[in-house]
Design a protein around this ligand. Structure first.
Ligand code: FMN
Length: 237
């Protein structure tokens, strides 16, 4: 099967292969296109972290994934609005819909941006309607910066990924001097672009391989003990 790369001039024809879901996950596993939510951490009109996420989304779609990109404009600060605020509901619905995520943040003062952290802080770790929005799902982390090469922000995003119990994939993207790497809304061809393609391929594969097994992978002894103790308390009270 070939891939349509007509809107991706940086891709070398024939070098990108579609996801083989049956080979990766087995013929009995879910075969639907992996659902990936992409978050970016900037409200600037021309935002390189958004453009990097958009490049990632194009690659994911070419591989055979479904993608959604959340626009963080208008999202209130955590606890400054109720959870039924439309932007919060939109974000939470997308998190529930997703089977994997991409977090793409700028580096500001050596750290992820407030709007990046705000989005993650609005996604609860606990279950909504019986489903945990992040636990056992996959995550890829990306950063852009104005200065020289740095990994401060991807390292912080990894810590957050662990905190949200996401399966954070090994590969990652960090684009230094991002202002040099984009023109007219698209990323120029470079090793940095190729790295984004690598990260998306890896994310799609990990998502397909783990999504049908995430309940089993995230089952915890300590939580089974807590559940048994709760039942015991209810029965004996
Ligand atoms: C207040 C502020 C602080 C910044 N701090 C850093 C920094 O610590 N390291 C760095 O490499 N770039 C820094 N930058 C540059 C941004 O990372 C760069 O402009 C990036 O493209 C912003 O992301 P965006 O294009 O998605 O908005 C800073 C920019 C601003 C406005």
């Amino acid at each position: 099967m070939s891939i349509d790369t007509s809107d991706m001039p940086n891709i070398v024809p024939g070098a990108l292969q579609p996801l083989d879901i049956a080979a990766l996950a087995g013929p009995d596993a879910p075969q639907h296109p992996p659902r990936i939510l992409l978050l970016y951490g900037s409200l600037r009109d021309v935002s390189y972290s958004r453009l990097a996420a958009e490049e990632g989304a194009r690659v994911l779609r070419a591989l055979g994934c479904e993608t959604r990109i959340f626009d963080p404009s208008g999202l209130p600060l955590p606890d400054d609005a109720d959870a039924d605020h439309p932007k919060v509901e939109e974000l939470r619905d997308l998190a529930l819909w997703s089977e994997g995520m991409v977090w793409s943040s700028p580096e500001r003062h050596g750290a992820m941006t407030g709007i990046m952290k705000t989005q993650i802080d609005w996604i609860p770790l606990s279950a909504i309607g019986g489903i945990r929005p992040t636990q056992g799902k996959t995550l890829a982390v990306m950063q852009v910066s104005g200065g020289s090469q740095s990994f401060n922000t991807v390292n912080q995003l990894r810590i957050l990924g662990r905190w949200m119990r996401l399966i954070t994939i090994p590969n990652q993207s960090s684009v230094p001097m991002a202002w040099k790497e984009f023109a007219d809304g698209r990323m120029k061809p470079s090793a940095l672009y190729n790295r984004i393609v690598d990260v998306m391929e890896e994310l799609a594969r990990f998502t397909v391989m783990t999504r049908g097994r995430s309940a089993m992978l995230t089952d915890r002894y300590s939580e089974r003990v807590e559940t048994q103790e709760d039942v015991h308390k209810r029965v004996s009270s």
